[in-house]
Design a binder for this molecule. Sequence first.
Ligand code: FES
Length: 135
Amino acid sequence: MFGCPLTPTNTFARASETTLPSGSEPMKPTVNICDGCCCGRVNKSNLAVPKDELKTLWREHELSKHVNLRVTSCLGPCSHANVTLVSTKEGRTWLGGIASEDHYHTLVDWAQNIAVNGPNHPLPDSLLALEFTPD
Ligand code: FES
């Protein structure tokens, strides 16, 4: 679709290969929401990322105790814009083609469920329908 002028790093691949020292707490889930050269760019026909609203909701619901929220620059697979990468102890889930604010709100709902039910609460089907495997 659109080329990305940035060369993404392989940070996430390396991070998944890291093993926790014994006795460490399981990793806190992390939501990486791309707001890069393609994701969130309305001039490229992509939905603007509601980053301020997401940060406000995360703060209001004290979700950062349970799920990290990061708004990032390009994550790499721009052709799937808008992209979000969810990392849990189970692995990484790439979500692409986010074209509705409802999907972002569903991420907030999921994080609230993590806060109540624990880190194994699964992503809802409405988000898993957006899952893709990067090239
Ligand atoms: S801008 Fe490249 S993956 Fe989002």
